[in-house]
Design a protein around this ligand. Structure first.
Ligand code: IPE
Ligand code: IPE
Ligand code: MG
Length: 242
């Protein structure tokens, strides 16, 4: 079997369109999206993918109608409760990134509990991006560093890429190898801006509720055809052109 990416990050888009195409309320699309989250998480654990980061609620998603936000938060809570045991059974550790303080307390409570019960799971780290914005994350890192400088514990000259990385929400997160976006839109929507500078991008028209293990396999197969150069050159003797 070809190697699998270490870290897959997914912009789970298209729930609303999935529902609208069926004449249903948008929340039904989000509910159907939970099945895709379960299927993809299980498959990542089976494939021993070290990290799966799912963009579940962006810092910009507060612009949506209040009712959709409220229903999304309730769904998130239900997901956290209902999937807790399955996560542990699949040896999946749950974590979260984003400005979590702004989430409703009933979500935070369940999030903490899921983190706690899964903290010793090792196969896959499932990271939910909640009230997450890539620019916010960089702002928060810069503020932390600035506080260290203001307190005299650090000098501006010491700031380098590694230090910025170390002050991001999850400094131990490997950079995503593969970013998948469902729903066809060719944009990043403020996701993991710092970490994806050399990630491979895969956009599929498949809407998130329709995305299952077979679609994940297709994305990984496509990833395996990519030549990652990081600005350098590939040794053609080792990888002859066909
Ligand atoms: C993505 O689906 C889920 C969230 C942003 C919470 P959308 O709700 O954005 O679905 P579309 O893009 O309207 O189809
Ligand atoms: C990106 O989807 C955010 C999440 C999947 C949580 P959006 O639907 O919010 O993105 P835009 O608005 O189309 O850029
Ligand atoms: Mg969308």
């Amino acid at each position: 079997m070809p190697p699998v990416p270490r870290h897959i990050a997914i912009i789970m888009d298209g729930n609303g369109r999935w529902a609208e195409a069926r004449g249903l309320m948008r929340i039904r699309g989000h509910e159907a999206g939970v099945d895709a989250v379960r299927a993809v998480t299980e498959e990542c654990s089976r494939l021993k993918i070290q990290q799966l980061t799912l963009y579940a609620f962006s810092a910009e998603n507060w612009k949506r109608p209040r009712l959709e936000i409220e229903l999304l938060m309730q769904l998130l809570k239900r997901f956290l409760v209902a999937e807790r045991e399955t996560l542990v059974n699949n040896d999946v550790k749950l974590t979260a990134v984003g400005r979590l303080d702004a989430l409703p307390s009933y979500v935070l409570r369940e999030l903490e509990l899921s983190k706690e019960v899964s903290k010793n799971c090792r196969t896959t780290n499932l990271c939910l991006a909640l009230n997450y914005g890539g620019r916010n994350e960089i702002v928060d890192a810069v503020q932390k560093i600035a506080r260290e400088i203001a307190a005299g514990r650090m000098k501006p000259e010491q700031i380098d890429e590694a230090m910025i990385f170390a002050n991001l929400y999850q400094p131990n997160m490997p950079e995503p190898d593969l970013v998948i976006r469902t729903g066809g839109e060719m944009r990043i929507s403020n996701f993991l801006l710092w970490q994806i500078s050399y990630s491979e991008l895969y956009v599929t028209d498949t809407l998130w509720p329709d995305f299952k293990a077979e679609h994940l396999h297709a994305a990984i197969a496509d990833y395996n055809t990519r030549e990652r150069r990081y600005g350098g050159l590939v040794d053609r003797l080792k990888a002859p052109a066909t």
